[in-house]
Design a protein around this ligand. Structure first.
Ligand code: SAM
Length: 414
């Protein structure tokens, strides 16, 4: 076998351990803020290092909290991503922006360690009294006011990430859930958060992470750009040509799978992000189509038909996601360079007892656009980044099985 053939065999071999059961997933800035269904950094790292090359341009069409962007940056690759969720974009930006630690330290020294007697304006957060005690409202309003007055936007963004954590901590939402559920009365009585000291603790942790970022990235690598366009509607041509895509799309529509917007809603509202309560409706599959389409992919059409036999509306929800997903893949595919690799980490979820073939659909949608599937890797989901049961009907206690494995689908433009 000649050297080229050997290299190609290596590249096309996607077997091996993708589970990374004992891996540290919080290295560098990866752990500064939780986000639902985050990608394991080691997966992004392996894909970027295997399918990237010097001078390649990396794109993540659903970048979430920026795992791929950070791994691209650490590998010395120019990267860009987009996400419709403003809190995700904030986290992604802070994760991938080296800053002056001296400037951060100065800002932390100026941060008040307790609330003053002044009452600061309380932002307009819907159902404020349902989610926050009067003391939490006063403390958070004072912190937000302080952050709004900061002159250095990069340092202010670091504080905003800590503030988002403080909002979640101070709220009466149950911390173990992705969706918003209020604590019981007993839990609320015992809940006694201290947002000021929590901010200081979080800022110290984020500082530590940013120190590691400063140490690990070369100043020659351009900062990743975090956009806010909808990949279903279209991708600006200045993003092209894309050499490599490493991404983890949503598992389905946000209402019945992972509620990204709901997880971020209270923080986003406190941060003043407009449309914070509408994020989930804007994401893929957020708008239900009126009739069932045929995708021309036998397995997908069969599964949707079987779901429709028992629940037509659920079938349309599933189909709505795939209509958007197909459009999004077409937009990505168009802007990719010949020979470029698309690496999608996807999960086959279960709806009404039917396993939805998202992995196969992903490969087929790329094949429709001039790609060839070169391999599929498999990984078990070993930890709690994704609940293994969900509440498909949104009725508490009514749970169904979601997926326990993910597929890494790799296609190449030919
Ligand atoms: C599985 S998450 C990505 C997680 C990311 N890999 C990480 O490690 O944080 C999927 C993301 O897709 C975003 N999304 C869904 N529909 C989108 C669309 N049409 N355009 C852009 N982003 C979208 C969601 O907001 C969510 O952040």
């Amino acid at each position: 076998m000649n050297a080229l053939a050997e290299v190609q065999t290596g590249i096309h071999d996607v077997s091996g351990d993708w589970t990374f059961r004992t891996a540290d997933t919080k290295q560098v800035t990866h752990g500064i803020h939780a986000y639902p269904a985050m990608m394991i950094p080691q997966i992004a790292q392996r894909l970027v290092r295997t399918y990237g090359r010097e001078g390649a341009f990396l794109f993540d069409p659903y970048c979430g909290s920026g795992t791929t962007l950070l791994e691209g940056m650490l590998a010395g690759t120019q990267a860009a991503g987009t996400d419709l969720n403003p809190l995700a974009r904030l986290i992604a930006r802070v994760k991938t922006t080296p800053i002056s630690l001296a400037a951060l330290d100065r800002a932390v020294r100026k941060f008040p360690c307790m609330a003053s007697r002044i009452d600061f304006p309380i932002p307009d957060v819907p159902n404020m009294d349902f989610w926050f005690s009067p003391k939490s409202q006063r403390d958070l309003a004072a912190i937000r006011y302080h952050i709004d007055g900061m002159a250095d936007s990069r340092i202010a963004d670091v504080f905003r990430v800590a503030f988002s954590l403080a909002v979640r901590k101070a709220s009466w939402t149950r911390k173990s859930e992705f969706k918003l559920y209020r604590m019981s009365e007993r839990q609320r009585e015992r809940h006694n958060p201290e947002p000021f000291s929590f901010m200081l603790k979080s800022l110290a942790e984020i500082r530590h992470a940013l120190q590691s970022l400063n140490r690990n990235v070369s100043s020659k690598v351009p900062l990743p750009v975090v956009h806010d366009f909808n990949t279903v509607s279209g991708i600006p041509t200045e993003i092209a040509p894309i050499d490599l895509v490493v991404t983890s799309p949503p598992y389905g529509d946000s209402r019945t799978t992972v509620a990204y917007g709901q997880f971020c809603r209270l923080s986003s509202q406190w941060l003043g992000y407009t449309k914070a309560s509408r994020v989930d409706a804007m994401l893929m599959g957020g708008k239900k189509i009126p009739t069932l389409p045929a995708f021309g992919i036998r397995k997908l059409d069969r599964v949707i038909a079987k779901i429709a036999d028992v629940h037509e509306c659920r079938a349309r929800e599933v189909a709505s996601f795939f209509v958007d997903y197909r459009a999004s893949i077409r937009n990505v595919a168009r802007l990719m360079a010949l020979g470029g690799y698309a690496c999608y980490v996807v999960g086959n979820r279960t709806v009404k007892g039917q396993t939805v073939p998202t992995g196969e659909a992903t490969a087929s949608f790329f094949e429709e656009n001039g790609f060839e599937k070169i391999g599929v890797g498999y990984r078990e989901i070993p930890n709690k980044r994704m609940p293994s049961v969900n509440s498909p009907s949104n009725v508490p206690g009514d749970t169904g099985q979601t997926m326990k494995t993910e597929q890494i689908v790799i296609c190449r433009k030919v």
